[in-house]
Design a protein around this ligand. Structure first.
Ligand SMILES: [Zn+2]
Length: 132
């Protein structure tokens, strides 16, 4: 990106110097055939550079639209992440249940405990919220 911008600036500086030189020539020799011939020569000299500039601008546009796509995708990702964060914090439904500890102790099953069950992307997340 920076490289293309630098090239375009260099080219524009160069083009400006050529054009101001052509202006000088034109005002110096406005009426003479020689002047118009020189102006014509300048124009034909700079035409390949103008084509190069067009190519650079096209490349620049392509890069820009690429960056725009990346930016749009990042914005969507961020929105999605925010929604998931919100759901993990506040969403889902509350489940209160007793839970066996697996050791088959005297106190089994333990609880009741409160959980919030949130489904994200088809997967259930059980968020422990303490004793009920
Ligand atoms: Zn137990």
């Amino acid at each position: 990106m920076k490289e293309v911008g630098k090239k375009i600036k260099e080219f524009c500086d160069w083009l400006n110097s050529i054009l101001s030189e052509a202006d000088k020539l034109y005002s110096q020799e406005k009426e003479s055939l020689k002047g118009s011939q020189k102006a014509l020569q300048f124009l034909s000299e700079i035409s390949p550079y103008i084509r190069e500039l067009e190519t650079l601008i096209q490349d620049f546009k392509t890069m820009l639209s690429g960056y725009q796509r990346i930016h749009e995708r990042a914005v969507k990702e961020e929105e999605r992440a925010k929604k998931i964060q919100w759901r993990l914090k506040y969403g889902g439904c509350t489940v209160i249940k007793f839970v066996p500890c697996g050791k088959n102790c005297r106190g089994c099953p333990h609880g009741p405990y409160r959980y919030r069950v949130v489904k994200i992307g088809g997967k259930q997340h059980w968020i422990y919220e303490g004793k009920a």
